[in-house]
Design a protein around this ligand. Structure first.
Ligand code: GLV
Length: 323
């Protein structure tokens, strides 16, 4: 069995996989072409098109991440080769931390306190009860479901939405267009954890943002493609040129979106001239919400390779659905 690795940290993966599968030949895409050809399996994160032009005998691809959008959008990707993606694989824990932090940013008024501090203003805000702080989680895959259930266990009313009907303990689940509209009307923080597919592109747009209650907040640790950035900026409202603040910088409510915590963008790195960088109600992080921990991911990679070697079927991505 020949395994080809393509990733920024390919050498570490190579060592770990070779150790777990001593009979396999494991090589990295960094070696010379002669050493590289005829791999049976590709283990990769965002492989370039030339790798597929060169590898004509692939029997399976393992995606070293949860999102398969970059892979499926690669025009050179061969049709019919099964793709297995990481499912949670240790990513849900850091994602839960990220989303908790972002929800508390608004529910405990850290956004307002940061602006108050800039004005040297000591003023306690009334505490918004968790039980009245509805959270919407769009996307109930392996990671979204755990995020939703953890926030529910924290005491927040959590509403979940997915493309297909789903049932999750402790979560009010919705699906379809009507379900989305019902969910949006009830949430103070909206968390987007959907995959990037044609069906989810710009799902957060002028219409969906307008369906949120006044003063709601958006948290996107999923994919940039989910958000119409122009509509988001419009919903956040104008920035006062002199004070560099949004209009309701005190405690008031203008009926606009209160703020956004964003980790994923349509173009990454987020271009320097994006107005999102400078918006006082936006907190930006560089796609760091849930890095893939190698140990947990390695276990899934090895299990998949062993199953393939034994001729077993492994649940794989549906390219038509995009996840
Ligand atoms: C990261 O963005 C992933 O898809 O795993």
């Amino acid at each position: 069995m020949q395994i080809l690795i393509h990733s920024a940290d390919a050498e570490q993966w190579q060592t770990a996989i070779a150790k777990a599968l001593p009979t396999a030949t494991v090589i990295s895409s960094h070696v010379t072409l002669e050493a590289r050809h005829n791999a049976d399996y590709l283990v990769a994160w965002q492989p370039p098109g030339w790798l597929f032009e060169e590898q004509k005998g692939l029997k399976g691809i393992i995606n070293l991440g949860a999102g398969v959008d970059a892979l499926l959008n690669n025009p050179a990707l061969p049709a019919g080769v099964p793709i297995v993606k990481l499912r949670d694989a240790g990513m849900a824990d850091p994602m839960i931390d990220y989303v908790r932090y972002a929800v508390l940013h608004f529910q405990r008024d850290f956004d307002r306190y940061a602006r108050q501090q800039a004005r040297i203003q000591w003023q306690e805000q009334p505490l918004a009860p968790k039980a009245e702080w509805g959270i919407g989680v769009l996307g109930l895959g392996a990671i979204g479901a755990r995020v939703a259930q953890t926030l529910a266990a924290d005491g927040f009313p959590v509403h979940g939405w997915s493309r297909r009907p789903k049932a999750l303990d402790g979560i009010r689940c919705y699906h379809g267009e009507e379900g989305l509209a019902t969910l949006l009307g009830q949430v103070k923080s909206l968390v987007t954890l959907l995959p990037n597919t044609p069906a989810t592109r710009d799902i957060i747009n002028a219409e969906t943002l307008a369906a949120l209650p006044p003063g709601a907040s958006l948290i996107n640790p999923g994919r940039g493609s989910l958000i119409d950035e122009a509509a988001l900026l419009e919903a956040l409202g104008p920035v006062d040129a002199e004070t560099r603040s949004g209009k309701d910088d005190g405690n008031g409510d203008t009926g606009r979106l209160r703020g956004a915590v964003l980790d994923a963008f349509a173009y990454e790195p987020l271009p320097a001239d994006s107005p999102l960088w400078r918006h006082p109600r936006v907190l930006i992080t560089p796609h760091m919400a849930a890095p893939t921990p190698r140990d947990a991911a390695l276990e899934q990679v090895i299990d998949t390779l062993k199953a393939w070697q034994a001729g077993e079927q492994v649940p794989s991505v549906d390219p038509a659905a995009g996840y």
